[in-house]
Structures are given as C-alpha cells and as structure tokens.
Design a protein around this ligand. Structure first.
Ligand code: NDP
Length: 390
C-alpha cells in the first residue's frame, strides 16, 4: 500500500485529494497524517473516513475539540506547528502539501526528508525558498510534483523533452472577477466581490490573490524557480475560459498546450499516479461546444502584482520571501477591511523597497532561518506602511 499524508486536508485542494483517495480501490492507500487548521469537525471526519494514523490541527486552541471528536477511534491527535513537522517526519511515500501560505514551508521540508514524492500545491514554498527546497529534494532523492494546474500542465508538456530546446513558457490567467472592471471600480472592490472567482472554486485567500493577480505573480516566480527558466522567457496571458492551462514554446516554433477542464483533481491525480496516467473523474471537454478560446495580454496597470513579480525574479535572493510575506500581510489587512483592494500592491511594493534599503534583497538565502527572517521583516514593513497611511 502507498503511504500518503495530506497537509491542509480540510482546504479546497485537500478536499479534492480526499475525493480521489476515497474513490480508490480498498487497500490502495495507507493514510498516515491528515492536517488542518480551525475546521476541526471536518478534520476529524476525514481522519475517520481515511482511517488515518494521526490528525493534526495547526492551532493549539483546537486540540481539545479534535481530541474529543476522535475519542475512541485510536487515531492519534496533536496540535501546533512543531506537530505538523513531526507528522511530516513519519515514513511516507506521497505527501500533499496544501497548507495555505508560508505556514506550509516547514512541513514541506520535513516531508522531503522522507525521500518520497511531495505533491506541491503550496506555491509559497517555492516562491519563498525555491533553491533551498530543490536542494533538499535532491539531497534526499525526493521528487517534487507540481500541483498548481499551470505548472502541472508545463510539466506534462515537457515529458520526453529537453529543457535546452525550450524557448519560453506561457502560463494562463483567467483574469479573475475584475478582468473587465475599470481601475476606479477595482479600487473600491469588496472582499465578497474579490472571492467570486468566475471559473475556479478555491479557498478564500487564493481567490482574492486571483482577483489581484498576486496569484499569477506567485506562479510566475514558481515557474522560474521550479523549471529553472530565465524570467524574460516566462509569459502570462489572460485566457478567460481557463481551459488552456499553460503552453511550452520550443525552438522549432512549436507550442505544446495543455487543455483540460478547470478541475484541480486532474493535476492532483496526475501527481498522485505519476509516472502513470490513471482514470480521473473530471468532465471531458467538448471542443465543438466550447467553440472558441480567447487570449489577451494582462493589464499591468490594473494588476501591478505582475510587474512586481518580474522585479522579484530579477532580484532573486530573499526577494521572493519578502514578496510573499508582504503579500500575505497585505492580504490579511484587506480581508480585515483595513485597506482597499489596490492598497495591497502598493503596500507590497513599499515593503520590497523598505526591506531592500535595510539589507539588499539580492543576498542569497542561506537557510530556512533566513527565509523566516525575511518573512517577518516583510510583514513588519507592511504593518508600518499601513499605519503611516492610516
Ligand atoms: P484553503 O484555504 O482552502 O485551505 C488551506 C488549508 O490550510 C486548510 O486545510 C486550512 O485549515 C489549513 N491552514 C490554514 N492556516 C493554516 C496554518 N497557519 N497552519 C497550517 N494549516 C493551515 O486553501 P486552498 O486549498 O485553496 O490552497 C492551498 C494551497 O494550494 C495554497 O498554497 C494555494 O495557493 C495552493 N493552490 C490552490 C489551488 C486551488 O484550486 N484551491 C490551485 C493551486 C494551488 P482549516 O481550513 O481547517 O482552517
């Protein structure tokens, strides 16, 4: 049996992964750990359904609730950030990394030390610590499988290809709910409007990031880190239908596109079964019914996150960790109703400048402590900048 663990099991990616595991033949998977945050009732339910060895909540205040919900089952219970890493230290063949935000970084590293496969939905890990993460995988003969739909698509388009023949990588963006809104309207956008994604059902944070295109910005950096391709050979193109997920351009002029329905179970299933392809219960596309596909260049004035991502890729070093930490802090402020929608990008830009002035961002990342330090510095810079504006 394949030993699997799910970090962030109660989230959108986590639930899609649970769906695939529940459909498998009996005795296919031996579930080691399931983890969540505050949704203890669902975590306990998942632990029972999957007969997990251990259920971990990230939050100590949720421990008692989880313990009570699993009383009499024999399933171990734990809480806190260290418990997440301890759970990732258990022998495992395949780990889903689907915690949202920088909180997914340490458990992902711990899982890599098992030498199995890390299915990486947590793009923040690559953005904050790409070179360290890839080095850790190499040192442990572990495999990282991209789960972001765009990166899974690129991975699939590259099977059997030589990276030296790749000219460019194009990732698509739906454009989110504000794609056709004027700048003045976007400035007044509410949280409710921002989470109303036209094509994908996702967690709240990534939905807002899609609306601001910070999600696409993170994905540009993720592409650069994971595939080792120069920033000027990575493009983002707006594709409202979200059916073409990415394209790889080769030196002979060919463009290999990956097309599929907007259903994350495809990318998760591909990472779960790789190098084989298994039956995945996603809708099959009827191209004649779809009729046409549209593409356009993104508007970097309306979505400055894309411009900032290019600066971050060029700078390298700690810029990714600062960018992500600042983005998370600015997102917290927007969700709390303390800043406007467009203020998020302004605050992130200010944080990048402030942190760079304090200590050049291009200095290389030495270790995970360095990532944490950069993350904290960025969050403080956003807090200070927001206070100055208030
Ligand atoms: P959700 O918000 O739906 O789920 C996040 C998961 O992380 C939940 O299990 C949540 O627990 C848990 N969690 C929240 N805070 C913490 C914390 N501090 N420590 C540990 N666990 C925590 O997110 P998504 O599933 O949408 O996204 C997860 C990751 O996958 C993100 O990195 C996202 O960018 C990426 N991704 C998502 C896609 C999607 O379609 N949703 C597509 C591609 C990538 P609880 O809910 O119990 O509080």
């Amino acid at each position: 049996m394949k030993r699997v663990s799910l970090f962030g099991a109660t989230g959108s990616i986590g639930e899609n992964t649970v769906d695939l595991l529940m459909r498998a033949e009996p005795n296919t998977y031996d579930v080691v750990a399931v983890t969540g945050g505050g949704n203890v009732a669902r975590l306990a339910e998942q632990a029972r359904e999957l007969n997990a060895e251990i259920a971990v909540t990230a939050f100590d205040e949720c421990y008692d609730g989880l313990k009570d919900a699993l009383a009499g089952t024999g399933i171990e219970v734990a809480s806190g950030a260290q418990a997440l890493c301890d759970a990732a230290d258990r022998p495992c063949d395949w780990t889903m990394s689907a915690i949202v935000g920088a909180a997914g970084l340490y458990p992902g590293f711990a899982a890599l030390r098992q030498g199995g496969t890390l299915a990486l939905a947590n793009k923040e890990s690559l953005v904050c610590a790409g070179p360290l993460l890839l080095a850790e995988a190499k040192a442990n003969a572990a495999t990282i499988m991209p789960v972001d739909s765009e990166h899974s698509a690129v991975f699939q388009a590259l099977v059997g290809e030589d990276m030296s023949a790749v000219e460019r990588i194009i990732i698509t963006a739906s454009g989110g709910p504000f794609r056709d809104w004027p700048l003045e309207a976007i400035a007044k956008a509410t949280l409710k409007e921002a989470v109303a994604h036209p094509n994908w059902a996702m967690g709240q944070r990534i939905s807002v990031d899609s609306a601001s295109m910070f999600n696409k910005a993170l994905e540009l950096i993720e592409t650069h880190e994971f595939f080792g391709i120069a920033p000027d050979r990575i493009e983002a193109v707006v594709h409202p239908e979200s059916l073409v997920h990415a394209l790889v351009g080769f030196q002979d002029g060919a463009l290999m596109a990956h097309i599929g329905p907007p259903d994350m179970r495809h990318a998760i299933g591909y990472a779960l079964h790789w190098p084989e392809r298994a039956h995945i219960p996603v809708n099959r596309l009827d191209l004649a019914a779809i009729g046409q596909l549209n593409f356009s260049a993104p508007d970097t004035q309306k979505f400055p996150a894309l411009r900032l991502a290019r600066d971050v890729m060029e700078t390298g070093g700690r810029a990714g960790a600062v960018f992500n930490g600042a983005k998370e802090a600015a997102l917290d402020l927007f969700i709390a109703g303390k800043v406007g929608f467009l203020d998020m990008a302004r605050l992130v830009e200010t944080a990048l400048e402030t942190c760079d002035a304090a200590d050049s961002l291009s200095k290389p990342l030495i270790g995970l402590d360095c990532v944490t330090q950069a993350d904290h510095m960025a969050r403080k810079a956003v807090k200070d900048a927001a206070q100055d504006r208030a």
